[in-house]
Design a protein around this ligand. Structure first.
Ligand SMILES: Cc1ncc(COP(=O)(O)O)c(C=O)c1O
Length: 486
């Protein structure tokens, strides 16, 4: 779950209109739901479908999604689920009886660390120069996104690409720090390294730079050469600053693109101030079990360890991660194939609709609806397809969709065609925007709707409170957001 902002309701009342056209919103909520379509008809269809769970919903076994026949394309997840071996390993732990869950996990998780090193050595020659001292297990990579700012920049300044994955920024604000956003280069949608250097010069206090190897949401990737020049500049001119690379989807990259990636583990092996992080949540689909890891110079790992409670990985996650790595080939192959085919299918359909999109090397596709994206998003919800509104990345007309199984992808495209076939109802009114008309009104439906409302409110609030971009750079101090971050 993404952390979201607390203390919103008061501030929400004063939110400016976020409409892409800047026009004041005059629709009532109910008009809106009717305009977006589809609410009543969609809701009835979802209830009917709820009695016959679709194949597409085999994973995750989530009550709300099964019951309402929702296509879950909202989160960065692998719709295939974990490998059979990983399931089996968890069953085997359960089969040992209650004691497995009742006891503390072993402090020594060296077998998993060794398996991680083996996996990486098979993929990157530089990993052969790494040892267990370079590896730190994490409670999902989200733990790394909190641990690094806590350790390196308490109350300090983060330089981050923008748009990007949001957890680390929210952690910086929780700790009363400052986030300096640097817009991606508008031509390439990759990090703008010259602007990053400018931000570093303007903020000598900034001790951490955050980049996603596969930019989430754009899906573009960091390229060697341009990154290497930037990294050398940082190491030479800012010897205390740490570069943090969040490499969450390497297995979803097309082989040609993967060859363009910098040798991140080479930096780690040379003892540079670069932290490289990976997760078991995506290709291995252990998302709910929360297993991630980072690789860094031993001195950095030691510093990070002082800040945390050990051991991070629980018995089930440990067993499933080990089993995933015992023979990873088939899981990696089938996950890549499902995602790559899903991306290609979605591109071809977006082409037919004449919509702009960013070709992605991650498990998501970000596209421009050409109108109010948040309205399109809610129209899709009413048809049972959950995606992510671009508002949370400051791109109001865009939507991020995570490719699912083939029938979910088709369902998404059919729903998108239906929604775009309606007239554009304009933007959503300023939050709070109850979405209750969009999903069946049952206790489970209401829980889901509340979660969506909360996300929309949080994203809208944060977006409206950010500082202004001066050129490619925007500075947002925690106090601008006023509300604390959960
Ligand atoms: C770029 C990026 N980093 C980190 C994560 C968090 O992954 P985890 O489940 O390991 O905490 C995600 C999840 O969506 C992500 O997209």
């Amino acid at each position: 779950m993404l952390p979201s902002l607390r203390g919103l309701p008061d501030a929400m009342q004063r939110l400016p209109d976020l409409s892409a056209r800047g026009a004041r919103m005059t629709l009532t909520r109910r008009d809106f739901a009717r305009g977006a379509g589809l609410a009543a008809a969609g809701s009835a269809a979802l209830m009917a479908a709820g009695r016959a769970p679709s194949r597409a919903l085999a994973f995750p076994p989530d009550g709300d999604y099964d019951r309402f026949d929702l296509a879950r394309m909202i989160y960065h997840e692998n719709p295939l689920g974990p490998s059979p071996a990983a399931y089996e390993a968890v069953r085997e732990v359960i089969g040992r009886g209650g004691r497995a869950a009742a006891r503390y996990e072993e402090e020594d998780q060296r077998d998993l660390v060794e398996a991680i090193l083996r996996y990486n050595r098979g993929r990157h020659p530089s990993a052969r120069r790494l040892s267990a001292r370079n590896v730190m297990l994490l409670l999902g990579s989200a733990e790394g996104l909190t641990l690094l700012p806590d350790t390196f920049i308490p109350r300090g300044t983060l330089i981050s690409e923008w748009p990007t994955y949001r957890i680390i920024r929210e952690r910086v604000w929780q700790g009363d720090g400052t986030v300096v956003d640097v817009l991606l280069d508008p031509q390439t949608e990759r990090p703008d390294y010259e602007a990053m250097k400018e931000a570093l010069r303007a903020h000598p206090e900034a001790g951490l730079v955050y980049l996603t190897a596969q930019n989430n949401p754009m899906g573009t990737v960091i390229q060697r050469g341009e990154f290497d020049r930037f990294a050398r500049w940082v190491f030479r001119n800012r010897p205390k600053t740490v570069i943090f690379v969040d490499d969450s989807d390497p297995e979803f990259m097309d082989p040609g693109q993967a060859r363009q990636m910098p040798d991140f583990l080479g930096y780690v092996a040379r003892g540079e101030k670069l932290v490289h992080m990976q997760t078991f949540s995506h290709v291995f689909a252990l998302t709910g079990l929360r297993v991630g890891y980072l690789m860094a110079a031993p001195g950095i790992v030691r510093r990070l360890r002082r800040k945390r409670i050990r051991p991070p990985v629980n018995v089930f996650g440990h067993a499933a991660a080990l089993a995933s790595l015992a023979d990873p080939g088939e899981q990696v192959r089938r996950s890549y194939q499902n995602c790559a085919e899903g991306r290609e299918y979605i591109y071809s359909e977006l082409d037919k609709l004449g919509l702009r999109y960013s070709r992605s090397q991650g498990q998501f596709v970000f596209f421009d609806t050409g109108r109010s994206g948040t309205s399109v998003w809610s129209g899709l919800v009413s048809l049972g397809v959950l995606t992510r509104f671009g508002r949370e990345w400051g791109r109001e007309s865009w939507i991020r969709v995570n490719p699912g199984l083939p029938d979910e992808n088709q369902r998404f495209i059919a729903a998108l065609r239906t929604v775009l076939g309606q007239s554009d109802p304009g933007n959503l009114p300023p939050p709070p925007v109850p979405l209750e008309d969009l999903l069946p009104s049952t206790p489970e439906g209401r829980i889901l709707v509340r979660d969506l409302e909360h996300r929309l409110a949080g994203a809208s609030f944060a977006e409206s409170r950010m500082g202004r971009f001066e050129g490619a750079i925007r500075v947002t101090e925690a106090r601008r957001l006023r509300a604390s971050v959960r």
